[in-house]
Design a protein around this ligand. Structure first.
Ligand code: DX5
Ligand code: ZN
Length: 219
C-alpha cells in the first residue's frame, strides 16, 4: 500500500495555520491531518468547519479531517461545504455510521471511520464487508483521543494486523504517539497512513522525519 504521511496540525501554530500546512507540504507531507474536537466526545476543544473553509483557500493539500465529536452526522454538510478532502468520524460517536458514509459517498469528500483504543476492531466488519460503502481509510487510534504528545500504544497493533490480513487493499491509518522508532512496528503490522504531530513538529529535521516514516512503510 502507498505510504501516506500525515502531519497533525494540532502540534502546529494555529495562528499561522495555512503557513504551517504549506510548510508541511514542502517538507514532503501527503495529508494534512486536522484534529477537530468538541469538548464533549473528548476533553479538548480545537477547531471546526469555518476554519477548514478558510484554510481551503490557502492550501492545495489533502485536508484529512479527524472528527473527535459527538453526533458527527450534525457536521457532515458543513465539512463537505468547507472543502474537506476526507471526513473521519468515530464509530463510538454515532448510532448510525452507515448513513454518514452513504451521505459522504454522494459527495467528493472521502469517508473514514476511527475506533478508540478500547473498541474492538471487529465492530467494523459489517461496514467493511458492505461493498456499497466506500471508505478512504480506517483509523486505528494508538492513544486515547484528545491530546497530542501521548505514548504510542503498541498493543493496538493486533487490530492493524487483523485489518491488513482481511482487507489487503484498505488504507489503514494510525494516529497517536508515532515517531521515527515505533513507526516501523506500525508499518510492519500493516499501517500505511501515518499521522504524527509532536514527532514531526518537534523534530530538528522534520523533512528527514517524514522521509524516515515513508521509508518505514515502503520497506
Ligand atoms: C489525538 C489526535 C492526534 C494527535 C497526535 O487525539 O487525534 O492526531 O495530534 O499527536 P501526537 O503525534 O503528538 O501523538
Ligand atoms: Zn488525529
Amino acid at each position: 500500500m502507498k505510504a501516506i504521511i500525515a502531519p497533525s496540525l494540532l502540534s502546529g501554530d494555529f495562528a499561522i495555520l495555512a503557513e504551517e500546512c504549506n510548510r508541511m507540504l514542502d517538507l514532503g507531507a501527503d495529508y494534512l491531518h486536522m484534529d477537530v474536537m468538541d469538548g464533549h466526545f473528548v476533553d479538548n476543544l480545537t477547531l471546526g468547519a469555518p476554519i477548514i473553509k478558510s484554510l481551503r483557500k490557502h492550501t492545495k493539500g489533502f485536508l484529512d479531517c479527524h472528527l473527535m465529536v459527538s453526533e458527527p452526522e450534525k457536521w457532515v454538510d458543513d465539512f463537505v461545504e468547507a472543502g474537506a478532502d476526507s471526513y473521519c468520524f468515530h464509530f463510538e460517536a454515532t448510532k448510525d455510521p452507515e448513513s454518514i458514509i452513504r451521505k459522504l459517498n454522494k459527495t467528493k469528500t472521502g469517508a473514514a471511520i476511527s475506533i478508540k483504543p478500547k473498541t474492538n476492531v471487529e465492530v467494523l466488519k459489517p461496514i467493511l464487508d458492505n461493498k456499497e460503502l466506500k471508505l478512504n481509510h480506517i483509523l486505528i487510534m494508538t492513544v486515547e483521543p484528545g491530546f497530542g504528545g501521548q505514548k504510542f500504544m503498541q498493543d493496538m497493533m493486533p487490530k492493524v494486523k487483523y485489518l491488513r490480513e482481511n482487507y489487503p487493499e484498505l488504507n489503514i491509518q494510525v494516529d497517536g504517539g508515532l515517531d521515527e522508532g515505533n513507526v516501523k512496528v506500525a508499518a510492519e503490522s500493516g499501517a500505511n497512513i501515518i499521522v504524527a504531530g509532536s514527532s514531526i513538529f518537534k523534530s530538528d529535521d522534520p523533512k528527514r522525519t517524514i522521509s524516515l516514516m515513508r521509508q518505514a512503510v515502503n520497506n
